[in-house]
Design a protein around this ligand. Structure first.
Ligand code: ITT
Length: 183
């Protein structure tokens, strides 16, 4: 039977997969979903976390695979929640973050895409500057209702073109340039 994808996306987060799949389709890459729980090491580096995650993913699926590790880094909180973004969202959520942020609202969203197959490991990272909104705006998933990317007036949740400017888009564009050229 013919394989129906070019590379797998290993994650427990269906929103990340859905966005990644839409973005990569634009670059002619078919993304399969490997829905799984990945080993997340404790580290202050999302690159190191992504590297461990992709090695674990490849050991589980034995197919060419990518993972993504993201973090929202808030300047006035010393980069918090950063590598703990997933846990912090599940515990204090956007309301908790809004209570912690004071006048200085600058932040950045970082994404690392890690690729692994039998022969190769590769990393693609990106940082999108922006700020934390004063209130929750819109109904998107995760931090979408509170993150306003630089140069925009609305949160990710309210932007129609999130998938054309986001940290995920920019990191996947780097990955796809490399992936398409090596095939
Ligand atoms: P996997 O590790 O299983 O892929 P995860 O949700 O735990 O899924 P991360 O460790 O990368 O993924 O967590 C980053 C968190 O940051 C994620 O859970 C969301 O809460 C948030 N996040 C990442 N990208 C986002 C986006 O585009 N919009 C809103 N929130 C986002």
């Amino acid at each position: 039977m013919q394989q129906s994808y070019d590379v797998l996306f290993a994650s427990s987060n269906k929103y990340k997969y859905q966005e990644a799949s839409t973005i990569l389709a634009e670059f002619g890459i078919k993304l399969g979903f490997f829905n799984c729980k990945l080993l997340e090491i404790q580290s202050d580096s999302i690159k190191k976390i992504a590297l461990h995650k992709v090695t674990d993913a490849f050991n589980q699926c034995k197919k060419p695979v990518i993972v993504e590790d993201d973090g929202l880094f808030i300047d006035s909180l010393g980069g918090f929640p950063g590598p703990f973004s997933s846990y912090v969202f599940k515990t204090i959520g956007n309301n908790g973050i809004l209570q912690l942020v004071n006048k200085k609202r600058t932040a950045n969203f970082q994404s690392v895409i890690a690729y692994c197959d039998k022969k190769q490991l590769a990393l693609f990272d990106i940082k999108v500057k922006g700020k934390i909104s004063e209130k929750i705006h819109g109904k998107g998933w995760g931090y979408d209702p509170i993150f306003i990317p630089q140069g925009q007036k609305k949160t990710y949740a309210l932007l129609k073109n999130k998938n054309k400017i986001s940290h995920r888009y920019l990191a996947l564009r780097k990955f796809s340039n490399w992936f398409v050229r090596r095939q």
